[in-house]
Design a protein. Structure first.
Lengths: 400, 232
C-alpha cells in the first residue's frame, strides 16, 4: 500500500513516467503482433515446404507446365513415397497489385490424399474436404469463407469475375462442401478443389489458340513429392538432388533452401519490428531511472529513518526496487491493454474486405510485453535503489 | 545490571589532515531502566554518542555492550537487526512519514522485526498510552508538534526495545508541550522499565532525569545522579 501511495504521491510525474512505459509496450505489442502474424504465416510455409519437395519446370522454361508422366518417373526415385500434381490460380484475377502481409486468395487444386502426407494438416470447422471423384466441389479456408460469407451448401463462382472482365472471361459455379479451421497461414485464403476441376480451370486459363491442342489431363503446374513419414530435412534434400540427377525436364527445389528462406525472412522482419519497439520501451525505461533517482533524493530522511528503526540495506533496496518494478508492471499492463485494443479493433471493427488479419496476439507476446516492461522497471530501479540503500543513516536523518 | 556499557568508546573523524575527536574514550555504565540526560554545548559529542549508542555509527575504538551483546563486532545486517529489536529513536524533527497515518507510523519498525510479537494491538495500545486514540487515522500534517512527538515516542517503543534514544525531543515544541512530553517519558520509563538516554540543551528538562552526563570536547566532564527526580 505504501508503495502505491509513493507512486501516487507525485501524480503528474508518475503519470508521465508510466506513460513512457505505456507507449513503449504499446509499440511492442502492436509491432510484436504484426511480427507474430507474419511468423504464423512463415511457420505454415516452413511446415509445408519442410515436409515436401516442390518440383517445377526446369530453369528457363517459359510455361509453368510439366508432363504428368514425370510423376511416375519421380516415384521411382529412391526415398520417394508419394508424388502429387497440383494447380494454383488467382481466386480474384485482375485485382490491383497491393502490398500485403498475407497470402492472396488462391484456388488450389490438390489430390485429397496429399493431406495424409503433408505436415501441414487441414481440418474442417464444418463439412468435409473435396473428393477426387466429384465435380464442382470446393472447400474454403476460414478467411476466404468469411470474406465471401459462404457456408457449407452455398455456391460460389470461381475465379471471381473482375468488375472489368472481358466478355470471354470464364468461371464456374462450385458448391461449398467444407470450411476449414483457421490455421493462421496459407490454407486460410485457399479454395481447395480437386485435380479434375483444377485441370478444367487450367484449360480455361490457356490461350484460346492452344486450348484444343493441349490435353490438360497430361500436364501439371507442379509436383509435390513426399518421403517416408519422419524423413529429415537433410534426407529430403538428398531426395531432391536425386530427382534432379535422375529425372529430366524438371527441377526439384531443396526443402532446406525454402525453409531457410522463410526463416531468415521471418527473423529479419521480427528483428526490425521488435527492435523498433524495444527502443521505444528502453527510452521509457530511462524515464523510470530518472523518476526513481528523484524519489530517492526526495526521501533521504525517510530512508534514514527506516534504517534507524531497523531496515537493512536489502530492506531499503527492495522497497525502491519493488516501486520501480510496479511502475514497469503498471505501464506494461496499460500499454499491453491499449495495444490489444488497437489490434483487436483493426482485426475486427476495421477489418479489410478480404477478411485477413494483420495482427496476432499470442501468449508468448503477452508474456514478453508485460514481462519485459516489468523487468525493465526493476532494472531501471537498481541504481537508484542501490544509492538509497547505501545512504549513511546519520547523514540521511539530518538531511534538509 | 548494566543495560548499556561504554568502554573507552571513541569516534574520530578526519577532515583533511585534521582529526576531529567527536567522542574521545568515553567509559560509562547505564543501568537498565535509568533515565539519563546528556547535556553539553554544540560540538561536545552528544549527538555522536547518541548515534553510537543507536548503532548508526561505528566507533573508531572502544567497546559498546547493549544487553550483554558486544555491538562493535556486529555486521551491518546484525546492527540493523539489533536496532530494530533493542533500540528506539526519537528525533527533534519527529521524522514521521507524511504518507502514513498515526497507526501506520507507529507500526513502521514492526516491518523489520520478523518474529516481533508486537502487532497492531501493541501499536494501538501505545497510541492510547500517549493519548492519541482519537487521532489514530490522522496524517502527520493534521497533528500539532506535540502530538507528532507523541507518535514518535509511541513508534520508538513499539518493538519493546530496552533502550530509547531521544535527540532534542523537546527542541521544536513550546515549554508547556515540552513538559508534557517529559512527563510522558518519565511515565513510560517507570511503567516499562525502559532505559532512556535523552540529549538536550535544555537544563530544565535535563534536571528531570535520574542522571545527568555532561560532555565537553568528546569527554565526560561530569556524571552525576540527580538528587530527587520529579515523578510524572
Amino acid at each position: 500500500m505504501e508503495i502505491l501511495r509513493n507512486i501516487t504521491r507525485h501524480k503528474l510525474r508518475s503519470f508521465l513516467t508510466i506513460s513512457g512505459i505505456v507507449i513503449g509496450v504499446l509499440a511492442l505489442t502492436t509491432m510484436g503482433a504484426l511480427a507474430e502474424n507474419f511468423n504464423a504465416l512463415i511457420d505454415g510455409g516452413v511446415k509445408y515446404f519442410g515436409s515436401s519437395i516442390q518440383v517445377g519446370p526446369p530453369d528457363g522454361q517459359a510455361a509453368n507446365l510439366i508432363p504428368m508422366s514425370k510423376i511416375d518417373e519421380i516415384k521411382k526415385v529412391e526415398g520417394v513415397q508419394a508424388a502429387f500434381p497440383g494447380y494454383q490460380f488467382q481466386a480474384k484475377p485482375g485485382g490491383a497489385i497491393v502490398v500485403s502481409f498475407g497470402i492472396p486468395d488462391t484456388i488450389t487444386a490438390v489430390d485429397p490424399d496429399e493431406n495424409n502426407y503433408s505436415a501441414l494438416k487441414v481440418t474442417y470447422a464444418e463439412g468435409r474436404g473435396v473428393t477426387s471423384g466429384s465435380h464442382g466441389e470446393v472447400a474454403l479456408g476460414s478467411t476466404i469463407a468469411k470474406e465471401f460469407k459462404k457456408r457449407v451448401g452455398d455456391s460460389i463462382d470461381l475465379p471471381v469475375r473482375p468488375a472489368d472482365a472481358k466478355p470471354d472471361f470464364v468461371n464456374h459455379t462450385f458448391t461449398v462442401v467444407g470450411v476449414l479451421n483457421e490455421t493462421k497461414t496459407a490454407p486460410d485464403t485457399f479454395a481447395y478443389i480437386n485435380i479434375a476441376d483444377g485441370q478444367m480451370l487450367l484449360r480455361d486459363s490457356l490461350p484460346a489458340t492452344l486450348r484444343s491442342s493441349i490435353d490438360v489431363t497430361q500436364i501439371t503446374e507442379g509436383i509435390s513429392v513426399y518421403g517416408k513419414p519422419g524423413t529429415s530435412l537433410s534426407d529430403l534434400d538428398k531426395v531432391a538432388d536425386r530427382i534432379n540427377s535422375q529425372v529430366t525436364g524438371v527441377k526439384a527445389l531443396r526443402p532446406s533452401d525454402l525453409v531457410n528462406g522463410f526463416k531468415s525472412g521471418g527473423a529479419i522482419f521480427t528483428a526490425i519490428t521488435t527492435a523498433a519497439a524495444l527502443l521505444a520501451l528502453v527510452i521509457g525505461g530511462l524515464s523510470v531511472v530518472n523518476t526513481m533517482f528523484m524519489a530517492v533524493a526526495e526521501r533521504v530522511r525517510e530512508i534514514g529513518l527506516k534504517k534507524a528503526v531497523g531496515a537493512t540495506t536489502m530492506n531499503v533496496m527492495s522497497e525502491f526496487l519493488i516501486e520501480a518494478t510496479l511502475i514497469g508492471l503498471i505501464g506494461g499492463l496499460l500499454g499491453y491493454g491499449f495495444g490489444v485494443l488497437i489490434v483487436v479493433s483493426r482485426n475486427t471493427l476495421f477489418a479489410p474486405a478480404d477478411g485477413s488479419s494483420l495482427f496476432l496476439i499470442t501468449p508468448a507476446l503477452t508474456i514478453f510485453a508485460i514481462g519485459f516492461a516489468t523487468v525493465l522497471g526493476a532494472v531501471a530501479g537498481v541504481l537508484p535503489a542501490w544509492r538509497a540503500a547505501r545512504l549513511d543513516p546519520v547523514i540521511a536523518l539530518r538531511n534538509d | 545490571m548494566a543495560g548499556v556499557q561504554l568502554v573507552n568508546l571513541t569516534k574520530h573523524y578526519k577532515r583533511g589532515s585534521e582529526v576531529i575527536r567527536a567522542l574521545d574514550g568515553v567509559t560509562l555504565k547505564i543501568d537498565r531502566g535509568e533515565f539519563v540526560a546528556v547535556v553539553g554545548r554544540s560540538g561536545s559529542g552528544k549527538t555522536t554518542m547518541l548515534d553510537l549508542l543507536g548503532l548508526l555509527l561505528k566507533p573508531t575504538a572502544g567497546s559498546l555492550v547493549i544487553d550483554d551483546v558486544e555491538t562493535t563486532r556486529l555486521s551491518d545486517r546484525e546492527r540493523a537487526h539489533t536496532r530494530a529489536r533493542k533500540v528506539g529513536f526519537v528525533f527533534q524533527e519527529y521524522n514521521l512519514l507524511s504518507g502514513l497515518n498515526v497507526l501506520e507510523n507507529v507500526m513502521l519498525p514492526q516491518r523489520y522485526v520478523k518474529d516481533g510479537e508486537a502487532g497492531k494491538r501493541r501499536a494501538i495500545e501505545l497510541i492510547e498510552r500517549v493519548g492519541l486514540t482519537d487521532r489514530i487515522k490522522h496524517r502527520p500534517t493534521e497533528l500539532s508538534g506535540g502530538q507528532m512527538q507523541r507518535v514518535a515516542i509511541a513508534r520508538s517503543m513499539v518493538n519493546r526495545p530496552s533502550l530509547i534514544l531521544l535527540d532534542e525531543p523537546t527542541g521544536a515544541v513550546d515549554t508547556e508541550t515540552a513538559q508534557q512530553l517529559v512527563d510522558l517519558l518519565k511515565r513510560l520509563n517507570r511503567e516499562d522499565q525502559v532505559t532512556i538516554v535523552l540529549v538536550t540543551h535544555d537544563l530544565d528538562i535535563a534536571a528531570q532525569a535520574s542522571r545527568q552526563i555532561r560532555l565537553k570536547d568528546g569527554k565526560v566532564l561530569a556524571d552525576e545522579m540527580v538528587a530527587a527526580p520529579v515523578p510524572a
